[in-house]
Ligand binder design. Structure first.
Ligand code: NDP
Length: 311
């Protein structure tokens, strides 16, 4: 029977995705109808993105899964009209590789103290070599698909690594902590903190005045996770009084970051415009097609969201 796949991620994304998706689907599920409009009762799969106009899934009575093109699902996870499985982007090699490169770059920037040499208007010969990686305490909050890939990459430099997740983990070269009681030990003395948690009620403001106080003096915060993970006022206060040395932020409570937001002008904040990693069209199209093929073969979907946990 022909499968109907509704691309509901909006017209801009359709222009990019139509050809790669058709090609990827042709290889794994030839009997498909990939469309941007359909009778809801005939739709088998929905391909979704955060700005999708589709909000009411009630008439989608035949739906087998909603496949989100992004890794974060906070805009759809609480949608009670959706009864079918929700799947986030997790199997996209481009997304993971991009995040590893971005995180490694920003960790190394701060580890090596590059800023002092890149911007050195007085031409100061400051001969203080940076410490080596084993002497640098780095903590990664979130050891999921992206956090563990970043941890693995940083472990190759031999950073003194700790990590934190909801469920216990055992990862080579990383001191793994889990659950609410594991947070403070994970942060204790960290000089660089990388935040790769999802945005859920449990993770909101995980970086706050109390948790910041556990970090090493002058620590650096790198947040490619989600804006609400940070209490912005506490972050700014800690940057202003020197408890924190720098914050590199890719994600914000409001995006694009409003022009008047204090982060833009703050000398100790680097703003990047939600570019840490991006779902890459060709690899993501393949990941979507593979997941549909898996589901049709009766195998478990990769990246299925736990709706109760919120990610
Ligand atoms: P995963 O769901 O694979 O991993 C999430 C991690 O967070 C898991 O280790 C999970 O623990 C942990 N976690 C969740 N809730 C808690 C909690 N309450 N306490 C402790 N740990 C918790 O997600 P990904 O790695 O794929 O992505 C992480 C986030 O990165 C996304 O949610 C998204 O917000 C962001 N992102 C940002 C991008 C950007 O360009 N800036 C691009 C892509 C993603 P456990 O392992 O036990 O489940």
């Amino acid at each position: 029977m022909t499968l109907t796949i509704l691309f509901a991620a909006g017209p801009d994304m359709w222009a990019e995705y139509e050809r790669p998706l058709r090609d990827a689907l042709a290889k794994v599920a030839p009997e498909t109808r990939l469309v941007t409009e359909a009778d809801p009762a005939e739709v088998d799969y929905v391909i979704y993105a955060p700005k999708s106009p589709l909000q009411d899934f009630t008439p989608y009575t035949r739906l087998k899964a909603v496949l989100n093109l992004w890794a974060g699902v906070e805009t759809i996870v609480g949608n009670d009209t959706l009864k079918a499985p929700l799947v986030r982007m997790v199997d996209d090699e481009g997304l993971t590789r991009g995040m590893v490169e971005w995180v490694a770059g920003h960790v190394l920037r701060h580890h090596l103290g590059m800023d002092a040499h890149i911007v050195n208007p007085d031409h100061v010969w400051d001969h203080r070599p940076p410490p080596l990686a084993p002497e640098r305490r780095v903590t990664i909050l979130g050891l999921g698909a992206l956090g563990s890939a970043c941890a693995e990459a940083l472990a190759r430099f031999d950073f003194d690594l700790s990590g934190w997740s909801r469920s216990p983990k055992d990862l080579a070269g990383i001191a793994c902590h889990a659950g609410p009681e594991g947070l403070m030990p994970a942060l204790d003395g960290a000089e660089i903190v990388v935040m790769l948690l999802p945005n859920t009620p449990e993770t909101e403001n995980v970086l706050n005045a109390e948790t910041i106080s556990k970090l090493a003096p002058g620590a650096v915060v790198i947040n490619p996770g989600r804006g609400p993970l940070i209490d912005d006022d506490a972050l700014l206060a800690a940057l202003d009084d020197g408890r924190l040395g720098h914050a590199t932020l890719d994600v914000f409570r409001t995006e694009p970051l409003p022009a008047e937001h204090p982060f833009w002008a703050h000398p100790k904040v680097t703003v990047t415009p939600h570019i840490a990693s991006e779902t890459r069209v060709s690899t993501a199209s393949q990941a979507i097609a593979d997941n549909i093929a898996r589901c049709e073969a009766g195998a478990p979907l990769v990246g299925r969201v736990d709706r109760d946990a919120g990610y």
